[in-house]
Write a protein that binds this ligand. Structure first.
Ligand SMILES: *Cc1c(COP(=O)(O)O)cnc(C)c1O
Length: 333
């Protein structure tokens, strides 16, 4: 796997930390480690920063002056795309999908404030089920009509070029693990628009790492998500020119989605509290909190006996304040 062939902007100085979690390990009777991608660069960090390193480099190479992307109201991807645009001197237009009807509040904390501070050129609100590709194309047409050059980034930055960010993360994890003299038996990661999970698998297969990945789904039924991940992992491997992952490499458990995307569960709230109190690490309610809820349940069920497990923290804590009511709600505590 040769990632130096691809243009890349650099938004994080060096590697993110790879840390043991001794207190959480003792509480759960498992050997748990964490890869701190919540500490990636750009405003507030999180997994989208790695994808944007390749996507924004591509936009700049093509002479674009405006980034356009789409996400949910508290989308980490929209926040970080806007931050990358600001850093590069590009304009940024956002399409915000009210994925859960009624979930958008103009006074909510989190992204409303951050979009304003970082200067989004426009924010287009659309209802759940809207044709997002058509909405993005309309934004791009408006930019072109103004004599400028748009670059459209798909939801979550999850295309093969964006997923290279997580093939790069696989390489980083293996280098750090080797340097630290630790061997991991499994990696656990949140699985949403699938670029993170797919890129990680493509990278691990390319490196012949032999480390299984347990994806924890945050949105879709298991079979549907596993098909999405496999398709994108194959396309990412093709872009890299490395062996394609197999269906057997893809696991995206759907037992911790709860009632739906971004909707709270007791297990998520417990996970966010437990990791905050035992390790001083902040998760988020939509992604890393549900992924950790899965890890906790699997650990308690003895699924990791004899294994050293690495949790890939994909970030998201900048949205915690927007979910304060839910996190304190007695119904979930
Ligand atoms: C987007 C996101 C994920 C999911 O990553 P995908 O590449 O979309 O599957 C996980 N955690 C956080 C905090 C995210 O913002």
């Amino acid at each position: 796997m040769n990632l130096t062939r691809f243009a890349r902007r650099r938004y994080t100085p060096g590697f993110t930390p790879l840390e043991a979690m001794p207190r959480l390990s003792a509480l759960l009777g498992a050997d748990l480690w964490i890869k701190r991608d919540d500490l990636l660069g750009l405003a507030g960090g999180g997994n989208k920063t790695r994808k944007l390193e390749f996507l924004v480099a591509d936009a700049l190479a093509g002479g674009a002056d405006t980034l356009i992307t789409v996400g949910a109201p508290q989308s980490n991807h929209c926040r970080l795309t806007l931050a990358a645009a600001a850093k590069e001197g590009l304009a940024c237009r956002l399409v915000i999908e009210e994925r859960v009807p009624g979930s958008y509040s103009p006074v909510a904390l989190g992204n409303n404030l951050l979009f304003d501070l970082m200067g989004a050129e426009s924010i287009r609100m659309v209802k759940a089920g809207s044709d997002l590709a058509a909405e993005l194309a309309e934004e791009a047409a408006a930019v072109t009509a103004a004599g400028r050059k748009p670059y459209v980034i798909v939801g979550g930055g999850s295309n093969p070029l964006g997923a290279l960010g997580y093939a790069a993360c696989a390489q980083e994890i293996m280098a750090q693990a080797f340097d630290a003299g630790v061997a991991f038996d499994r990696i656990v990661v949140a699985s949403g628009s699938a670029g993170t999970h797919s890129g990680l698998i493509a990278g691990l297969v390319a490196l012949n790492a032999g480390i299984p990945v347990t994806g924890i789904n945050v949105r879709r039924p298991r079979a549907e998500q596993e098909a999405n991940v496999l398709k994108l992992a194959e396309a990412t491997a093709d872009l890299l020119g490395t062996p394609r992952p197999q269906a057997a490499d893809i696991v995206a458990l759907a037992d911790w989605v709860g009632p739906g995307y971004s909707l709270p569960t007791r297990e998520m709230v417990e996970a966010v509290r437990l990791v905050a109190r035992s390790e001083g690490i902040l998760l988020d309610p939509v992604y890393s909190g549900k992924a950790m809820a899965g890890l906790i349940a699997l650990a308690r069920a003895g699924a990791f006996t004899g294994e050293r497990v690495l949790f890939l923290h994909t970030g998201g804590s900048p949205s915690l304040a927007a979910f304060a009511d839910v996190l304190r709600d007695p119904a979930f505590n």
